[in-house]
Design a protein. Structure first.
Length: 92
């Protein structure tokens, strides 16, 4: 399943088999064993917090199985967190 974490969730069109993660509590709805995260215009601070939503990226990576993170913003902290959790990062 593709999980999308985007800065402005109001301007998205729902797509089948794509899950839009608006709150950390939404993770309990995900049952898929193979997941990918798309971080679009998302800022990760020096503590690993997704600033636009005020929760840790680690929380997502620990809660459900993630194979890859795809992002459009380069971040050393994102690289560090994904390396720790053995998750590949793709920059687009």
């Amino acid at each position: 399943m593709l999980l999308v974490i985007k800065k402005d969730m109001k301007k998205i069109k729902e797509i089948k088999d794509v899950f839009y993660l608006k709150t950390i509590c939404d993770l309990k709805k995900i049952k898929s064993k193979e997941n990918y995260i798309l971080l679009y215009d998302i800022t990760i601070d020096e503590f690993g917090i997704i600033l636009e939503y005020n929760y840790f990226l680690d929380e997502v990576l620990l809660s459900i199985p993630i194979k890859k993170v795809i992002t459009n913003i380069d971040s050393d902290k994102l690289k560090e967190i994904c390396k720790f959790h053995d998750v590949d990062v793709i920059y687009r």
